[in-house]
Design a protein around this ligand. Structure first.
Ligand code: TNX
Length: 766
């Protein structure tokens, strides 16, 4: 395909337009032909006048052409060439698919439904410039058959943590529709703001949409609004504005699924109407990540008045949003207030609910009944599975795919939106040189490579996967340009994941088309991330010797590196094949494209080389599959664990680490050390002690030394400690390192009495 791309580029430059054809998402079938269709002042756009539902699409395209060229397309014109829109029964392509035929004489778009016609138009638009031009508007001759892989192609935007104006929402919808998404998930309420006018409860927006202005202060350090402090920061959509946005979206084939996040994440509603919480006490709006002690963010699901409130709210919501799905949240509910609340306890007895999960499940089922009775369907985050999922509910799987898998196996519909790789609030490059993000790393390639259908599902269960969606949480995002930056170009990768048949996907080809879209973004004045120019280090070993593979996401780019600590550039060593690590060293590397260094800062990795580097490790208790780091030999891969929890550590839940390493031959050793992590908040504790035993035959071991931990398990400071044992030189063939797990979390810890984690990396022997 890369070749085709190049050829097209050349052939169209001969026809005076230098715009290569770059359609995203890639059509199911596309054949480019000689020549092109020129839109000029004699061109008409025609459709069967009975099809009044095509009128929107017609003016959408006419306005676009007029904006970039000043040409007004005729509706009927005897002379000149025609663009025809036809509705006709076509098998295969479904209600969103289309057939597009461009020849030098005519353009014909055929579809079963106006939705398909609209997508055919969007494909045409992708071949045209995005700014005013005096050049002829030429569309290359081609034949396309196209239809989507999934029916839910979604993007989400959180407007609670920061409010975005209707203009920004329209920009977002424009982008979604250009890349053939059909669902906009609008996260309209959360702890930090309620964003939709509800006539019956005016305080939801007069109080719940406004907070003290803390711009310039880190989200995590943003203090609650003080009593009496002016609440000047925020905003909300009037019902009229929301209706107008719904209309705007519908004209672009986009359904808006509104979310009102209950029964958790409800602090803004509670601040406006304190009767909604268990305590009923008055509180002020929080402004970020600091929640005062006993702050109420969970609705009191034991009270009928809370259900009445929600039903009244949803009644107004359903009048604004025609979507068949209404999202009711259900994530991260702090259920602890329910345990002490008399109304909740009474309800649990009455309904025979055995725990708080079942109480949440009762709440969701009751909401579902209400929505179903009004012809709507309930969708919620994967926590709605806890305590039993409501009979008709659709599940949005965000904590990985496991919730989605469980739901599909129970024959519930699923939208896949796993944090990795579909949280677009996470970094896409850097983190050095990038705007502060929520954490994590979801690169363009990770998004592109994502397959929404997990291997665990049978073909029959896979039918329950409606599609995939990316979420843009806005804790760190305050401006429209920042919104653009976080979704561009990652949403293009998701567009292709959601639309293009799996066998047709190809990252290198996609990447080339994205470069063309960058030129269009420039024309449109959109802000985007140019790419992840980091170098990834993948350690390996061959015959007990360490090596490292250097990788970049940029197809065809070169990697240059140094091993002597100096700053790398296009004059350093050119990477070609894995680098041998025969002594301790630090590799620093940059990505170079067309002779230009693209990395904002060099990527670097240190390696420690000792007597056990690259050797196999045998465990008595294997590390947890959740913490496998670089694989089973991670403790001898030369890369030391850092304070970032999961990257290079092997984790053991409740078990001791008993690791045995066989040396290639008998050697004299005099020092063994191993690094361990303590991270109190994540239930990770240093071992009680570490001991080293040696053996000649792998059977009979004798102790060479033992060292005790001198740091308290109550130490909350994040730390790494090396446990080191020196002994007078001993010859041996086998080394066994035992680290004693603390066993259970200590008294007073939130996990008191539950299994403690032991995190280890790296074993170093001299
Ligand atoms: C988890 S995803 C949340 C959001 C946060 C997000 C930050 C979900 C259902 N809940 O409230 O904004 O993480 O990445």
């Amino acid at each position: 395909m890369k070749k085709i791309f190049l050829i097209l580029f050349l052939s169209f430059s001969l026809h005076s337009i230098a715009q290569p054809v770059a359609i995203i998402p890639k059509p199911v079938k596309m054949e480019l032909k000689e020549g092109s269709f020129t839109i000029d002042r004699n061109t008409s756009l025609e459709f069967d006048s009975k099809l009044s539902n095509l009128r929107n699409t017609v003016s959408f395209f006419s306005n676009f052409v007029n904006d970039v060229s000043g040409i007004r397309l005729h509706q009927h014109w005897k002379n000149g060439k025609k663009i025809y829109l036809k509705i006709r029964k076509e098998k295969v392509i479904g209600d969103e698919g289309y057939l597009l035929s461009v020849t030098p004489q005519s353009i014909v778009i055929t579809a079963n439904d106006p939705k398909g016609i609209f997508y055919g138009i969007q494909t045409l638009i992708q071949t045209l410039p995005k700014e005013r031009t005096n050049a002829a508007l030429q569309i290359p001759s081609m034949e396309i058959t196209d239809y989507p892989r999934f029916q839910w192609r979604g993007m989400h935007l959180d407007v609670s943590r920061h409010f975005f104006t209707p203009n920004t929402i329209r920009m977002y919808i424009d982008l979604l529709s250009a890349y053939k998404f059909n669902t906009f998930h609008w996260h309209l309420s959360d702890d930090q703001g309620w964003r939709l006018e509800i006539k019956k409860y005016p305080k939801l927006t007069s109080v719940g949409a406004w907070r003290a202005d803390r711009r310039g202060i880190l989200w995590s350090q943003s203090q609650p609004t003080q009593p009496g402090e002016p609440t000047t920061y925020g905003g909300f959509y009037t019902q009229e504005q929301a209706r107008e946005i719904v209309r705007y979206a519908a004209e672009r084939n986009i359904t808006i699924v509104p979310e009102f996040d209950v029964p958790g994440h409800s602090a803004a509603a509670i601040t406006a109407y304190p009767f909604l919480s268990c305590s009923g006490k008055q509180q002020t709006m929080i402004t970020g990540g600091i929640y005062p002690k006993d702050y109420e963010s969970t609705l009191d699901v034991g009270k009928d008045s809370v259900y009445t409130f929600l039903e009244n709210v949803l009644t107004e919501v359903m009048k604004i949003f025609p979507s068949k799905y209404i999202h009711i949240g259900g994530d991260e509910v702090d259920k602890s207030p329910w345990a002490k609340d008399s109304a909740c306890q009474r309800l649990m007895r009455k309904e025979n609910l055995k725990d708080l999960d079942e109480l949440q499940s009762y709440f969701i089922r009751r909401m579902e009944k209400f929505l179903n009775a009004h012809g709507k369907k309930l969708i919620g985050w994967d926590e709605i599975l806890e305590g039993g999922v409501a009979p008709e509910a659709t599940v949005m799987s965000w904590r990985g795919e496991s919730g989605g898998i469980a739901a599909a196996k129970q024959h519930h519909y699923v939208v896949m939106t796993p944090g990795e790789p579909l949280y677009f609030d996470h970094y896409q490059a850097g983190p050095e040189g990038e705007p502060l993000a929520f954490g994590g790393m979801n690169t363009l390639k990770m998004v592109y490579d994502y397959n929404p259908v997990p291997k665990e599902l049978s073909p029959d269960e896979a039918k329950y996967i409606l599609g995939a969606q990316a979420n843009l949480w806005a804790e760190m995002i305050q401006s429209e340009t920042h919104v653009e930056y976080m979704i561009l170009p990652r949403m293009l990768a998701l567009a292709e994941t959601d639309w293009t048949p799996l066998p047709e996907k190809n990252y290198d080809d996609f990447y080339n088309r994205v470069q063309q879209k960058f030129r269009e973004f420039d024309q449109e004045g959109l802000t985007y991330c140019e790419g992840n120019f980091n170098v990834t280090f993948v350690p390996g070993s061959r015959n007990g010797k360490l090596n490292v593979t250097l990788q970049s996401e940029i197809p065809g780019a070169q990697i240059y590196y140094t091993t002597d600590g100096s700053y790398p550039g296009a004059g350093s060593i050119l990477y070609n094949g894995s680098v041998n690590i025969d002594s301790s060293m630090k590799i620093r590397a940059v990505v170079v494209q067309n002779g230009i260094v693209k990395s904002k800062v060099p990527s670097q990795q240190s390696f420690v080389v000792d007597k056990v580097s690259g050797l196999n490790v045998n465990y008595q208790f294997p590390p947890s599959t959740q913490y496998m780091a670089n694989g089973i030999n991670s403790l001898t891969d030369g890369i030391r664990g850092t304070l970032a929890v999961n990257k290079y550590w092997h984790g053991f839940a409740g078990n001791d680490m008993i690791a045995t390493i066989e040396l290639p031959e008998t050697e004299t050793i005099h020092e063994v050390s191993a690094g361990f992590l303590q991270r109190y908040s994540d239930w990770i504790f240093l071992p009680q002690w570490m001991k080293v035993e040696v053996s000649d035959d792998g059977q009979n071991f004798h102790e060479a030394g033992k060292v005790k931990n001198d740091i308290s398990p109550e130490e909350m400071q994040l730390l790494i400690k090396d446990f080191k044992i020196d002994f007078s030189s001993v010859p041996c063939r086998y080394i066994r390192v035992t680290a004693k797990n603390l066993g259970v979390c200590p008294p007073g810890h939130p996990g008191e009495g539950k299994p403690a984690w032991l995190f280890a990396d790296e074993i170093v022997v001299y």
